[in-house]
Design a protein around this ligand. Structure first.
Ligand SMILES: NC(=O)c1ccc[n+]([C@@H]2O[C@H](COP(=O)([O-])OP(=O)(O)OC[C@H]3O[C@@H](n4cnc5c(N)ncnc54)[C@H](OP(=O)(O)O)[C@@H]3O)[C@@H](O)[C@H]2O)c1
Length: 274
């Protein structure tokens, strides 16, 4: 079976579960674990923690061998609410600890002071509810403030939109310089990379698919990728990215595909770094 390398504490390739609901979610997570994925990404917001936890518990894979991430939504960042959110997640998952707990988004307009919720999430690691803590959608300013509170070595990852057609360079360079691994969400740009001509050209060369090349680019750059698919064959296809070795020339060609085309920009987004 293909072994998944670890970037920091996270397996470099994971299975994302946004929009996977009910029986479909249970079936997809089960299939991902059968395929060899050992990193599953969920969140309170995804409304699927019950199915994710059941699939992990019933998989036959040892709990210690699966890296499970969940997240605290931004309406639960007030005093005591981060802990209550994590406790609710553990109850739905049917587990007594997650591997990684993330702040899903910084508090919009700093309604809740960052120091308050970062202190609270750090206390949950100390209390054993999670093995590691991290952040998501944090800008350079949020990262710097979080480091002031918990210390740079405590932030296991910053999960952000990042793919071969959207390099998100300012925050990637900032986190790289601090040694904080990036986890790439929308690693397939919601599936649009599959029709990219340059990716298709490289795919032919590697006897691979365009989506696999897109994921291989992220892995080669040292980023963790968490693609999702509702289809068994694509869950397997995406896992196959681990077997692709891109040359320096391939990487140079792929580095040229970056655009400013951010897909996730919502009313609660922070002021993105540009
Ligand atoms: N922290 C955050 O704020 C945040 C935000 C968004 C997402 N996330 C996480 O990141 C994960 C991934 O992001 P995402 O699901 O939005 O986007 P994504 O993984 O970039 O794209 C998923 C889409 O690509 C299609 N797809 C998957 N594999 C494919 C393949 N091999 N060839 C062609 N199309 C393929 C899927 O369609 P089919 O189902 O038809 O295959 C699906 O529509 C989420 O599941 C979630 O865990 C986090």
């Amino acid at each position: 079976m293909t072994l998944v390398p670890t970037y920091g504490v996270l397996p470099a390739l994971g299975y994302g579960t946004f929009k996977r609901l009910g029986d479909e979610c249970y079936g997809c997570v089960t299939h991902a674990l059968e395929t060899g994925y050992r990193h599953i990404d969920t969140a309170v917001f995804y409304n699927n923690e019950i199915e994710v936890g059941k699939a992990i518990r019933e998989s036959g894979v040892a709990r210690d061998d699966v890296f499970l991430t969940t997240k605290v939504w931004f309406d639960c960042l007030g005093a005591g609410q981060v802990r209550a959110s994590a406790e609710g997640s553990l109850e739905r998952l049917g587990l007594d600890q997650v591997d990684l707990l993330l702040i899903h988004w910084p508090s919009p307009k700093d309604e809740v002071p960052l120091a308050q919720y970062m202190e609270e999430i750090a206390s949950l690691k100390a209390a054993g509810l999670t093995k590691h803590i991290g952040v998501s959608n944090f800008t350079k300013r949020h990262i710097d403030e979080a480091i002031e509170v918990v210390g740079v070595g405590e932030i296991a990852t910053n999960q952000c939109e990042l793919n071969v057609t959207f390099h998100n360079t300012p925050i990637v360079e900032h986190c790289n310089s601090l040694g904080i691994p990036m986890t790439a969400y929308l690693p397939l740009a919601r599936g649009s990379v599959a029709a990219n001509g340059e990716l298709e050209r490289l795919a032919q060369k590697h006897d691979a698919t365009a989506s696999q090349i897109a994921l291989a680019w992220l892995l080669a750059k040292g980023h963790i990728a968490i693609p999702t698919s509702s289809k068994k064959e694509r869950i397997e296809e995406n896992f196959g990215a681990l077997n692709i070795s891109l040359s320096a020339g391939d990487l140079m060609a792929l580095d040229g595909l970056g655009t400013d085309n951010r897909l996730v920009d919502v009313e609660w987004s922070p002021n993105w770094d540009r």
